[in-house]
Unconditional design. Structure first.
Length: 183
């Protein structure tokens, strides 16, 4: 905020100027952690909500977003990953490789492409002997690729990951920017 002579702050209204600055910051939306760039604008009618790294060697990365059934999101991805360390033929972007296998969550989509997972928690059971907890969830997957506007198939927690079940030998990461439909 620029303060000029004769402005509210110049007349002793410093508290009003500070309050106006706080409102302006609140209306500007979420702030990004240090080192992250402001994303390019999203589609009209959508509000920016998150930017995160999606490591290729982790099956699902939690976005920190709880979603409602029918809610619309726009997700834009960039970056490159290796689906097999040391293999130059296994290198690709969020569109994935033009390969389809039984070892991927969405078998009709490209291997390694960016995919969304919405998990609705039903219950947690605990084995009394081992203490191990099991999460009982309803899970729906949605293809994202490099960019997509999607309607959430159910209420739950949104995660993103590569369209592959065998991730231990992967390297690299995608960067995802997420917008939520306003309203």
């Amino acid at each position: 905020m620029i303060l000029r002579r004769g402005s509210v702050a110049g007349r002793g209204g410093v508290a009003a100027a500070v309050a106006a600055a706080a409102v302006a910051l609140t209306l500007a939306g979420p702030s990004l952690p240090a080192g992250q760039e402001t994303p390019a604008p999203g589609p009209p009618g959508f509000v920016f909500v998150a930017q995160l790294a999606i490591p290729a060697n982790i099956p699902w990365t939690d976005t920190g977003l709880d979603v409602s059934e029918g809610e619309e999101f726009h997700i834009r991805a960039s970056g490159n990953v290796s689906l097999q360390k040391g293999n130059p033929m296994a290198f690709g972007g969020p569109e994935g490789l033009n390969i389809k296998t039984v070892q991927q969550p969405l078998q009709d989509r490209n291997l390694g492409a960016l995919v969304a997972r919405v998990a609705q928690l039903i219950s947690i059971t605990k084995d009394e002997e081992t203490g191990e907890e099991t999460r009982n969830e309803i899970v729906k997957l949605v293809f994202i690729g490099p960019e997509a506007t999607i309607r959430m198939p159910l209420a739950g927690r949104l995660s993103l990951g590569p369209n592959e079940n065998v991730v231990a030998d992967n390297a690299g990461e995608f960067r995802a920017e997420i917008w939520r439909k306003a309203g």
